[in-house]
Design a binder for this molecule. Sequence first.
Ligand SMILES: CC(=O)[C@@H](O)[C@H](O)COP(=O)(O)O
Length: 257
Amino acid sequence: MLSVYGTELSSRLMLGTAQYPSPAILADAFAKSNAGIATVSLRRESGQDRAGQDFWSLIQSLGVQILPNTAGCHTVKEAVTTAHMAREVFGTKWIKLEVIGEEDTLQPDVFGLVEAARILSEDGFQVFPYTTEDLVVADRLLNAGCEVLMPWGAPIGSGLGLNNTFGLRAMRAHFPDVPLVIDAGLGLPSQAAQAMEMGFDAVLLNTAVAKAGSPADMAHAFALALEAGRAAYLADPMEPRDMAAPSSPVIGKAFLS
Ligand SMILES: CC(=O)[C@@H](O)[C@H](O)COP(=O)(O)O
């Protein structure tokens, strides 16, 4: 069972709540996904009006843990203020911290991220930082009080999958005991399975499900892929090799041992 900040998570899938065609489709997608966590953007849903309040009631009715996020924040100040609003609205110390640094790629501003993570951790928040695969930044985030890291797979909404498998593998190897969640850029269940096969602990995604022709079916497909990928990781996959190795048995030696 995956544990983050002392809380055991019921599932390795964290699902976003934006861009669904309707509330019913969102609820159906969550039901089919078995997601244990819903991430919600404070900046996109105001909560001041009726529509916002209905949206928050819907999210709370999903029966999953809520991970508010600071999506759309570009400065430390904005992110910290949004985190405070989230704590008040949802009554949780959890915050998925996004400080966006670049508009085309929505790449995190890792300098602002580390600063905001430190401020929020010192203020009692349990921070889930959306970061890159950079090892030095990862180290700084851990020193700032983060107990989980969320490296990007690819730019948000791109559906490109795991853009830098070398960097992500290095991150996994470098921080074997830190929960690592691939966040953003996944477009297909096979990419989520790949992340799990590489030993990542969970994935967070939104667009691939919300924008699918059938969000509920796609959510289900991701759930299956995560299960398969995790099972493969636990089964200790073979090491790939450059050269052929005959798989036909040597006469008189059907088994290796
Ligand atoms: C919902 C949320 O938190 C996004 O900012 C997240 O990073 C998901 O990205 P995708 O939409 O690419 O899955």
